[in-house]
Ligand binder design. Structure first.
Ligand SMILES: NC(=O)c1ccc[n+]([C@@H]2O[C@H](COP(=O)([O-])OP(=O)(O)OC[C@H]3O[C@@H](n4cnc5c(N)ncnc54)[C@H](OP(=O)(O)O)[C@@H]3O)[C@@H](O)[C@H]2O)c1
Length: 378
């Protein structure tokens, strides 16, 4: 029997897959979008090469991984009947990590997050009805808490249906949690809500640059339109992946919902800029909170309109801005108690991440699929 994991070609999903492969024993059923088997293997190698070399990858590919070529927005993932039956038969727990993080697109969020999650829940129901389902873990987000200001949010009170959401991503992820809760009442469920997942506290390398780009841009400004003492809840991906893998595999996690976040230990803007300034031997920026209004007006005006580079960056900043100025953190006492450790503070690993991202010009130096192995598979 295997763990069915969606989103393994993405940033967090690949970290979860690698953690499960390294620290646990179960085989993995992985849903991968690709036209054929070889493209599926190559896409998986791209996402997992941050974690292992090619011989290790080939080893787990043959011994622990079964790839299902499918899309969560298609009925039964678009799999042939025999393949879908095999997926149901061999799945005894689910980690649903795939999502659209496209905060601007109602359509993408509706299709991938809502229709896609419903499809994954239906797979879980079929496995439950056939042979029982050990656990359904859903990777959600702290964005489900909606509009907030100067708060410490706890797990059980985060969802408030009377509150507005910042974007379609937050709105659809909120309903996904509801769907999982309503449609799988008799299955052990775990909801994981990461905060801003930025970098890996063990290494400078990353292959996801969206949020990093915004961070590097802001880190280079001489003046920032924020309040210096506002907190920002950032969590490293290694902590998130370890928590998802460990709690998913626990027989009885203590809670149904976990914030995977830095909580009260979140750092302030000025703590982060001081750490960066010290690492670079420079002066830190000036904080001018009164610039927040004019800055967001400028960002809104530039987003999607100016040249590709500036417009793209402005669009990025526009979607992330609400999460930078809300001065809201997410209580992490549950996960800290259950994992026995806290996430590393961002100030400890932000400079290596900044340096790596600048040096590689925000692009990971992917290694291609080796030619010898390609012959063996053809
Ligand atoms: N990154 C963060 O800061 C953050 C914070 C809080 C919560 N989260 C949550 O963490 C999860 C993973 O986020 P991430 O940052 O790792 O995102 P990501 O790198 O964009 O990965 C998204 C994954 O979902 C897959 N996917 C998207 N549409 C799909 C479809 N139609 N069918 C099958 N698979 C599909 C992608 O497959 P392809 O490779 O084929 O596109 C990819 O594997 C999401 O649920 C997100 O809401 C992320």
């Amino acid at each position: 029997m295997a763990i069915f994991l969606t989103g393994s070609t993405g940033y967090i999903g690949a970290h979860i897959a690698s953690n499960l492969l390294a620290d646990h024993r179960e085989p993995l059923n992985l849903l991968v979008r690709a036209r054929d088997e070889q493209e599926g293997r190559e896409r998986l190698w791209r996402s997992l090469q941050l974690h292992m070399d090619f011989p290790q990858f080939e080893d787990v590919l043959h011994s622990r991984i079964r790839i299902f070529l499918g899309d969560i927005t298609s009925s039964r993932f678009g799999l042939e009947d025999a393949k879908y039956a095999q997926l149901v038969r061999t799945t005894d727990s689910v980690i649903h990590c795939a999502a659209s993080l496209n905060r601007k697109s109602e359509k993408m969020c509706l299709n991938v997050n809502l229709r896609g999650t419903l499809e994954v829940v239906q797979l879980a129901m079929r496995a439950r009805d056939q042979h029982g389902l050990r656990r359904f873990s859903h990777v959600s987000t702290v964005a489900v808490a909606g509009h907030r200001k100067d708060e410490v949010v706890e797990e059980d009170t985060a969802i408030d249906w009377n509150r507005s959401d910042y974007d379609p991503y937050a709105r659809t992820k909120k309903f996904c949690e509801h769907m999982v809760h309503q449609l799988l009442p008799d299955v052990p469920r775990t909801i994981f809500r990461p905060s801003i997942v930025l970098g890996d506290s063990r290494r400078p390398e990353t292959n996801q640059f969206d949020m990093v780009r915004a961070f590097v841009f802001l880190a280079g400004l001489p003046a920032l339109p924020f309040r210096a003492a506002d907190k920002i809840d950032i969590v490293p991906v290694d902590y998130v992946a370890a928590a998802v893998a460990t709690l998913h595999q626990k027989e009885k996690p203590k809670h149904e919902i976990y914030h995977l976040s830095s909580g009260a230990g979140s750092e302030t803007f000025v703590q982060l800029t001081d750490a960066l300034a010290a690492a670079q031997g420079k002066r830190g920026p000036t904080y001018v909170p009164s610039l927040e209004g004019p800055s967001s007006a400028m960002i809104n005006a530039l987003a999607g309109r100016a040249g590709k580079k500036i417009g793209g960056l402005a669009t990025l900043l526009k979607v992330f801005l609400p999460y930078l100025v809300w001065n809201t953190v997410f209580d992490n006492a549950r996960v800290v108690s259950e994992m026995g450790s806290k996430p590393a503070p961002f100030s400890q690993y932000c400079f290596p991440l900044l340096k790596f991202s600048r040096e590689t010009k925000f692009s990971y130096p992917y290694r291609a699929w080796p030619a010898v192995s390609a012959e063996a598979h053809s």
